[in-house]
Design a protein around this ligand. Structure first.
Ligand code: MIC
Ligand code: SF4
Length: 640
């Protein structure tokens, strides 16, 4: 086989479709992962598909997003997840075991394998050379049932890394440099594949930081080659036999290239309120900080925690702020304890939180009103922290730790500390008792599925008619994120398995009257700008609006996972043929969309303005059939 790593993995898993950029292809999926906030829906859907046992090589159900167990609802979700995992052949990762992406990298991800996960940061496993993609929960349920995963054949952007990083500059700064150049949306339609001499200077967890946050560019995924460093990492995790070598061929033709001189990368920060607004940390040093957070699936590896401990050892955090740590896994914590780093961090004044998503998804740790929070996380969308007017900056662990010492945003190089090299352990401390293995197939058939009262049945939606009639319920601008559409946080996450309840919060931060107006209308439309639906894979951002009566979303362009989720739940995703027509639609306009069977011209009659507009879609024939039948679940039932 020739080509890029991406092409080699795609070829080895290709089921159907023409492998030319933009064409729909179907891929065999080896591994799946889910997390609790998207997992309850995914397993309800898996149950509805009706297959008795997962048909993947490996499926894991992680509990990491909402671990508060603030009342029965969350605890019931966990019990449900454990019971379905046991029955259907899925490994269950208990709350407190760690963050799904860090754990998957440590214990399960394999070079050359395909992985889809109901979480947009699933590409973290690209750091080990897996082709790992985020997807809606229903797509993951379908993959667990053995159905192939459909994507548009990506283009491959070769990112050549040259040289080596300077002291106190790290992998997070590399991905921030990529985001500085591409912005959010600049990776849409591409896999970002790294190559070149500089790759050898990065550990697997460094690579995983880069592939994790590649999601913010909108890329289909990001991937590194699998080399001797990958082999050493797998051996250190007791999984040496899972290693295979993978590299792009030397004469390969990339669809696009980018060169990054690692020596020239400086400490960077993504400024409020987008991961794409990137500036050198040295230009931000006047900014006073009230909170620092180190952790999340982007930067919670052992190296990241240890570099923070190296900078904080023997010092005290600044009085103006508090410092939170959410390590990626028990393995990481176990090393931090054994090596004395945890003591150094706590003595310096850090506050240790659970090994979970925590403040990254607004589960506690909300900053004070109008204050500045400096985080090693990957998203700083407005309101995501839980405080609408907080200013969140995204940085490396080095910059976060330096900032915790001084109280203002600080370039770690300015502290003049002797640089400490953090080596990957030869052997990691392995303890898999945070995982519960599934029941053997012969015992699983009679195993009960335990459901609590908050787990509502899946709503069912009818097939779509030829014409959709309704009003414009909301008109939005560019870069609307799924955090705008379906907010998360401690109040709303417990409702993830209850669509009637969670739908009351759709667009709550944008227009608190939306849910009620949508429910009262007899159908409606949402108008938006570019990159609509960027961010999370949460299918609730499609399912809940559908439940409220949203019929179609008409925008300038869509983010990949959200577009797929709209199709999966029968909301028609349309784009303007002429983007200036965006100005010809307003709130409360009465529209009829003539969609037919979605194979011919689509027009919208605006009755309020007596105008007709032409609309487009980028749907494959299969997508069109799925949509017309009311969504993926009814469609799968007809196929199986
Ligand atoms: C996120 O980082 O936005 C989340 C929370 O992990 C989401 C998943 C979710 O909404 O449950 C994601 O990235 O897909
Ligand atoms: Fe969890 Fe945050 Fe990572 Fe999403 S981005 S998986 S919320 S740690």
């Amino acid at each position: 086989m020739t080509g890029t790593v991406t092409e080699k993995i795609i070829q080895a898993h290709h089921v159907s479709g023409q492998m030319s950029p933009g064409e729909e292809i179907a891929l065999r999926i080896d591994q799946t992962l889910t997390q609790d906030a998207t997992g309850t829906m995914a397993y309800l859907q898996f149950e509805a598909i009706g297959v008795p046992r997962v048909r993947t090589e490996l499926s894991v159900s992680y509990v990491d997003h909402n671990t508060l167990q603030g009342d029965f609802r969350n605890a019931d979700d966990h019990r449900y997840l454990q019971s379905v995992a046991q029955k259907f052949g899925v490994i269950y990762s208990r709350p407190g075991n760690g963050i799904c992406h860090q754990l998957h990298l440590e214990r399960f991800a394999r070079p050359g394998k395909t992985l889809i996960g109901s979480d947009s940061h699933t590409p973290t496993a690209g750091g080990i050379g897996a082709m790992a993609m985020g997807a809606g929960g229903l797509d993951v349920a379908a993959a667990m049932a053995g159905l192939p995963f459909r994507i548009k054949m990506p283009r491959v952007m070769g990112i050549e890394l040259r040289g080596a990083l300077q002291p106190w500059v790290s992998a997070k700064d590399v991905i921030l440099e990529v985001l500085r150049r591409l912005d959010v949306g600049g990776g849409i339609g591409y896999v970002l594949e790294y190559f070149g001499e500089g790759v050898k200077t990065l550990s697997v967890t460094d690579r995983a930081t880069i592939t994790n946050m590649g999601t913010e560019t909108g890329a289909t995924t990001s991937i590194f080659p699998s080399d001797d460093i990958t082999r050493a990492y797998l051996e250190a995790q007791g999984r040496g036999e899972e290693w295979v070598a993978l590299a792009a061929d030397p004469d390969v033709q990339w669809d696009k290239t980018m060169v990054i001189d690692l020596d020239e990368v400086v400490p960077l920060a993504a400024c409020p309120h987008s991961p794409g607004i990137v500036r050198p940390v040295s230009e931000l040093s006047d900014i006073q900080v009230s909170q620092v957070a180190i952790g999340s699936c982007t930067n919670s590896s052992l190296r990241d925690m240890k570099v923070a401990s190296a900078l904080l050892r023997g010092k005290s955090i600044n009085n103006r702020l508090h410092l939170m740590l959410n390590p990626g896994s028990r393995q990481v914590v176990s090393h931090l304890i054994a090596d004395g780093d945890l003591d150094a961090l706590l003595t310096a004044g850090a506050r240790l939180l659970e090994n979970a998503c925590g403040a990254c998804i607004g589960m506690g740790g909300a900053p004070a009103s109008g204050s500045v929070s400096v985080r090693t996380y990957n998203r700083n969308f407005p309101g995501r922290s839980g405080t609408p007017d907080a200013q969140v900056y995204l940085v490396s662990p080095e910059t976060a730790a330096a900032t915790a010492v001084t109280g203002h945003i600080t370039d770690p190089r300015s502290l003049d500390e002797p640089w400490v090299r953090i080596d990957t352990p030869k052997k990691y401390r392995i303890n898999d008792n945070g995982f519960v293995m599934p029941l053997p197939a012969d015992q699983a058939a009679d195993a009960p599925i335990v459901r609590g009262p908050n787990i509502a049945p899946l709503p069912e939606f009818p097939a779509l008619p030829e014409q959709l009639r309704g009003t414009v319920l909301l008109k939005l601008g560019d870069k609307i994120t799924t955090d705008h559409i379906m907010p998360a946080g401690a109040k709303i996450l417990p409702l993830r398995s209850n669509i009637p309840e969670i739908s009351k919060h759709v667009f709550a931060s944008v227009d608190p009257t939306f849910a009620e107006r949508a429910r009262a209308s007899s159908g409606g439309f949402i108008i938006g700008g570019d990159n609509y639906g960027q961010g999370s894979s949460r299918e609730h951002a499609a399912l809940a609006p559908k439940y409220l009566g949203v019929l179609a979303v008409i925008v300038k362009s869509f983010a990949r996972i959200h577009l797929a989720n709209l199709v999966n739940f029968g909301i028609v995703p349309l784009t303007f043929d002429d983007p200036t027509d965006y100005d010809n639609l307003d709130l409360d306009d009465e529209l009829t969309l003539h969609i037919g069977d979605l194979s011919g011209d689509i027009t919208a009659t605006n009755h309020t303005r007596s105008q007709t507009l032409k609309l487009n879609h980028a749907l494959s024939q299969e997508d069109a059939k799925i949509l017309k039948s009311g969504g993926l679940l009814p469609w799968i039932r007809t196929q199986l």
